[in-house]
Design a protein around this ligand. Structure first.
Ligand SMILES: Cc1ncc(COP(=O)(O)O)c(C=O)c1O
Length: 422
C-alpha cells in the first residue's frame, strides 16, 4: 500500500513512519508521497486516453505554481508531463528539472522583460497573452533577439469557476484574460506583427472546480471563438483548456475525470487543434502533508487550543482562503474525541488551521499532520515573524530524501544588512 496510511496505529507515508521523519528532520516539515503524485498524473492521463484518440492526446502541462520543488518537477517530467510556468524562476526550475522549451507554456500575468527574454531564449512552446501591451512586449523582445514567439490569447469568458472567490479567475471583474471582442482585435494585430505568431486560445476559469459541468460553458465559449476566428480567415492550431481540477480536502467526491474528458472529446477535439491542459493542485495537493508537533494545549473558559509548531507562514491557505484541511494525530487515533481550535504560534488571530475541530485527544509533544497540503503549501510559505521556511521531504516506497533543506536563522539573518550611515 502506498500514500498516507495507518500501520499498527502509526501514520506512515508509503513504508516510512512519520514519527521517524519527525525525529530525523524535525518539525514542522512538509512530507510528500511520490506514489500519490504518480497515481494522480496517471489517473488524468488514462481518463484522457479513454476519451481521445492516441494521436490527439493533450499535452498535460503541470502548473508548477502549486509546488515548485525541483524534485517534484523532475518526477512529473519523468512521467511525461509538460510544464506551465508563471515566472522566470519557475522557468529556470523547470529547465533544471529537465523540461525542454517545447514542453513549456508561460501563462504569467504581467510578464516582465527579463522573464519574456528568458522564455524566448528557452524557445518555449507558447506565451499565453493576458493583455495588449504584453503582446507588444513579446513581439518587441522577440524582434530584439531575432526570434518568433507563438502566442495564444487567454479568453475571459465571464464565468465563475465555482470555488472560493479568491481562486475564481474567469469572471469579468477578474484581472485575467481578454474579452472575445478584444481577442478578435489582438489576433489581427498579432498577425501583422513581425515576431509573433498567433496560434490559438486559452482559458482557465479558476481552481478547485468541483462540479465537472462548470467546465462545459467555458469550453463552448472557447470553441465558439475558434469558429469566429477561423471564419475571419485566422489560423488556430492550439487550444489550452487550463487547470482547475480539485484536491480532495474534506469529504468531497473526486471530480469525474471521464465526464471531463468527454466534454473535451465532444467540444474541443472537433476543433482539430493541439490540446493543452494546465492541472496544478490536482497533481500534488493530496500528495503532501505538513507534519507538526503540538507545542502546548491551552485551555481557556471558552476553548481548547492546540498550539502547533507550524504556523500560517508555513501553510497560509486556511488564513487566506478559509480553506479546510483535514488534521489528524500521527498516533493515538482511537483516543476519545475532543474539540479544539488548532492554531499556530504567530501573533495573528488569523493564525488558525481549524476552528472547533473534533479530533482524537492530543497531548503536548504529540505529532499531527495537516493533510492535503502538497499544493500551494510550501509554495506560498513565507518568513513572517522571522520564522524559517520548513524542510521538504519526499518519500517513494522505502526511499526518503530531503528535497529542500529548509532554512536556518543564520541564513535568514545573513540576507539583511545595516547601512553604515545608521
Ligand atoms: C493560468 C492558470 N493555469 C493553471 C492554474 C492551476 O490551477 P489549479 O492548481 O487549480 O489546477 C492556474 C492557477 O492559478 C492558472 O492561473
Amino acid at each position: 500500500m502506498t500514500g498516507f496510511i495507518e500501520k499498527n496505529g502509526v501514520l506512515h507515508v508509503d513504508n516510512i513512519a512519520l514519527p521517524d521523519i519527525a525525529k530525523e528532520y524535525g518539525t514542522p516539515c512538509y512530507v510528500y508521497s511520490a506514489s500519490v503524485i504518480k497515481a494522480q498524473f496517471t489517473a488524468l492521463k488514462e481518463a484522457m486516453e479513454r476519451a481521445l484518440p492516441a494521436d490527439r492526446q493533450p499535452l498535460l502541462c503541470y502548473a508548477c505554481k502549486a509546488n515548485t520543488n525541483i524534485a517534484i518537477l523532475k518526477l512529473l517530467q519523468t512521467l511525461g508531463s509538460g510544464l506551465e510556468i508563471v515566472s522566470e524562476g519557475e522557468l529556470l526550475k523547470g529547465i533544471k528539472a529537465g523540461f525542454t522549451g517545447d514542453q513549456i507554456i508561460s501563462t504569467s500575468f504581467g510578464k516582465n522583460e527579463s522573464e519574456i527574454k528568458a522564455c524566448l531564449e528557452a524557445n518555449i512552446l507558447q506565451f499565453n497573452i493576458e493583455a495588449p501591451e504584453e503582446l507588444e512586449n513579446v513581439n518587441k523582445f522577440a524582434a530584439q533577439m531575432n526570434k518568433t514567439a507563438n502566442v495564444v490569447f487567454r479568453l475571459n469568458p465571464n464565468l465563475s469557476g465555482g470555488g472560493h472567490s479568491k481562486i475564481n479567475t474567469g469572471r469579468k471583474e477578474d484581472k485575467f484574460g481578454n474579452t472575445a471582442e478584444d481577442i478578435l482585435t489582438l489576433y489581427k494585430r498579432a498577425e501583422d506583427m513581425s515576431n509573433v505568431t498567433p496560434v490559438g486560445l486559452s482559458i482557465h476559469i479558476g481552481s478547485q472546480v468541483s462540479q465537472v459541468e462548470v467546465f462545459k460553458p467555458g469550453f463552448e465559449k472557447l470553441a465558439e471563438l475558434v469558429g469566429i476566428l477561423r471564419a475571419q480567415g485566422h489560423t488556430v492550431t492550439h487550444t489550452d483548456i487550463g487547470g482547475g481540477f480539485p484536491v480532495v480536502y474534506h469529504d468531497e467526491a473526486n471530480l469525474d475525470l471521464d465526464a471531463y474528458a468527454q466534454w473535451v472529446r465532444d467540444i474541443i477535439l472537433p476543433l482539430n487543434t493541439q490540446i493543452q491542459m494546465e492541472p496544478g493542485r490536482y497533481m500534488v495537493g493530496n500528495a503532501g502533508v505538513l507534519l507538526a508537533k503540538t507545542q502546548y494545549i491551552k485551555t481557556t473558559p471558552s476553548k481548547n487550543f492546540i498550539v502547533l509548531d507550524a504556523a500560517m507562514n508555513d501553510l497560509i491557505r486556511p488564513t487566506l482562503y478559509e480553506a479546510y484541511h483535514g488534521i489528524r494525530p500521527v498516533m493515538g487515533h482511537n483516543a476519545p474525541m475532543e474539540t479544539y481550535d488548532i492554531v499556530g504560534p504567530i501573533c495573528e488571530s488569523g493564525d488558525v488551521f481549524a476552528k472547533n475541530r473534533e479530533i482524537p485527544t492530543v497531548s503536548k509533544d504529540d505529532l499531527v499532520v495537516i493533510q492535503s497540503a502538497g499544493a500551494y503549501g510550501f509554495a506560498m510559505a513565507s518568513n513572517y515573524n522571522t520564522r524559517t521556511l520548513p524542510p521538504e521531504i519526499l518519500v517513494d516506497g522505502d526511499n526518503v530524501a530531503v528535497i529542500n533543506k529548509g532554512q536556518t536563522l543564520e541564513e535568514l539573518m545573513g540576507r539583511e544588512s545595516i547601512p553604515d550611515w545608521l
